[in-house]
Write a protein that binds this ligand. Structure first.
Ligand SMILES: [Zn+2]
Length: 314
């Protein structure tokens, strides 16, 4: 089943190459016997869970062709609220992202002063914009031609592809950021291994991804919105993410839950088509208390952040 795609791991780990079709070993904790047990079926896809580290995985994985079709369409970004609503509304959502990224970069900057940064999965460049205003020199990378075009049009240095294909020079970045990226990667250990080589000695990778051990994940189970088998090939618990980073050659600096900043204005735009009644309620609230319209509300929405650095010496 699902023989359509093959990916030859660059000899790092043959077990990793084997996971790209049907997964027999947990890519995070890599148990010696199979620890992956059936967990759910959603959108016609079987999903398994690792008994040891809690990783959730689509098994077998969607083919490369299937996933490529999703990311190459403009709709992917429109669906995330990037452009569908025209400039004025887009700004409401962009503002929520800017406020959120500011908070996240502050956590990173406890460990490293602004230097140069590669944002993998940069989308339309909002993190790059925020980081630049905080003193970082920024470079972007995204597999979507549409996203790259938008980011380049804003004057940023950006390449199309992923870390495997982009051909950046080794040891050329102090920090690599991957926000909502690792759960999409077909072979996360391989990608993180390459990231570790792109980083200078002691360089830091910053990962933000849904936390499969969060309260919302545990309460909602397969109905948790992040359980999206065609896009999210994996969902990590903190334990799974630590194992993954260590297997890829990193040592942990920090891991924890992080909040996303929401404003009523941005939320109204984001939910206008999917939840019109919520938007109606939001408009009433804004009518009564206009001061709340742009108030930043940090909410725990089931995301975690990990900061890890390349091992220096042995
Ligand atoms: Zn595991």
């Amino acid at each position: 089943m699902n023989k359509g795609h093959r990916e030859v791991g660059v000899g790092r780990d043959m077990a990793v190459a084997a996971i790209v079709e049907r997964i027999d070993l947990c890519p995070a904790c890599h148990g010696s016997e199979s620890t992956l047990k059936p967990w759910a079926v959603k959108h016609g896809r079987a999903i398994v869970k690792c008994r040891r580290c809690g990783l959730v995985a689509v098994n077998p994985q969607p083919s490369e062709e299937e996933t490529r079709r999703i990311y190459n369409s403009e709709d992917y970004f429109q669906g995330s609220g990037f452009t569908r609503f025209g400039y004025r509304d887009y700004e409401g959502i962009a503002e929520m992202k800017r406020l959120t990224f500011n908070r996240w970069l502050k956590i990173l900057e406890r460990y490293v002063h602004p230097d140069n940064l590669l944002d993998v999965g940069c989308g339309t460049g909002i993190l790059m914009q925020v980081a630049q205003t905080r003193g970082w020199r920024v470079t972007g990378l995204d597999i979507s031609a549409y996203a790259v075009e938008r980011t380049a049009a804003r004057g940023y240095e950006v390449r199309q592809g992923d870390v495997v294909t982009a051909d950046f020079q080794e040891a050329s970045f102090r920090v690599v950021t991957m926000l909502d990226v690792v759960e999409h990667l077909r072979d996360p250990v391989r990608h993180l291994g390459i990231v570790s080589r792109l980083l200078s000695a002691g360089g830091i990778v910053m990962i933000v991804t849904p936390d499969a051990g969060s309260l919302s994940a545990r309460l909602l189970g397969r109905d948790w919105p992040h359980v999206k088998p065609m896009e999210h090939l994996w969902l990590f618990t903190q334990r799974a993410l630590i194992s993954l980073l260590e297997r890829a050659g990193f040592e942990m600096l920090w891991i924890g839950r992080v909040t996303k900043v929401v404003t009523l204005r941005g939320l109204g735009t984001d939910l206008r088509e999917s939840h019109p009644w919520i938007c109606a309620v939001l408009r009433v609230i804004q009518g009564i208390a206009p001061i709340l319209t742009n108030k930043a509300l940090p909410l725990p929405l089931g995301e975690m952040m990990a900061l890890a650095r390349t091992r220096t010496g042995t």
